[in-house]
Design a protein around this ligand. Structure first.
Ligand SMILES: [Fe+2]
Length: 171
């Protein structure tokens, strides 16, 4: 590990991550009304011959999930916001995961299902995850630590070139 990067004691995780959205209003209704993230900032910026809007939703601890609403700034297709399937990968590969507890996940899941959004839940052993696909074609996960994982840097390093020991198929 680089010496300059080794001290993360003052770090506080993500400031924000940003993705393009297809429809800013549909996206807003989904993330604020159903997921419960509050819109805390919007920027409107001219760019070349076009402009973009940039929205920031507080994920709960001040870090934000941000979106771009693009208008003629170089995008080939405004609707190609699906960051996995759009790149030829399964839906679940590139995704967003929010840490939530069981009660919060239950409330969100009920709201999503009442609004017609399909969800599914997987047990991962150390966490329980509920997934939904957002209006942009991005997989969104609600991750409940059960109880979470103990960091194990040495083992993690050893496994960087590992292949599975069993042939259990994940479908
Ligand atoms: Fe995940």
């Amino acid at each position: 590990m680089s010496k300059d990067c080794s001290d993360t004691s003052q770090a506080t995780g993500f400031h924000h991550v940003a993705y393009a959205c297809r429809d800013i209003h549909e996206n807003h209704r989904f993330y604020e009304d159903l997921i419960g993230l509050e819109l805390v900032k919007t920027e409107v910026t001219p760019y070349g011959d076009g402009f973009f809007r940039h929205t920031f939703y507080d994920t709960g601890d001040g870090s934000c999930l941000a979106f771009f609403d693009l208008h003629g700034v170089g995008e080939e297709d405004k609707d190609r916001t699906d960051i996995s399937t759009g790149l030829g990968m399964p839906l679940w590969v590139n995704h967003i995961a929010l840490r939530r507890n069981e009660d919060q996940t239950a409330v969100i899941t009920e709201r999503l299902q009442e609004a017609g959004h399909g969800t599914y839940t997987l047990e991962h052993g150390w966490c329980r995850s509920t997934y939904v696909t957002d209006p942009n074609g991005i997989s969104l996960e609600f991750c409940v630590d059960t109880p979470g994982f103990e960091p194990d840097r040495q083992r993690a390093l050893e496994l960087l070139d590992a292949i599975p020991e069993s042939t259990v198929k994940v479908i």
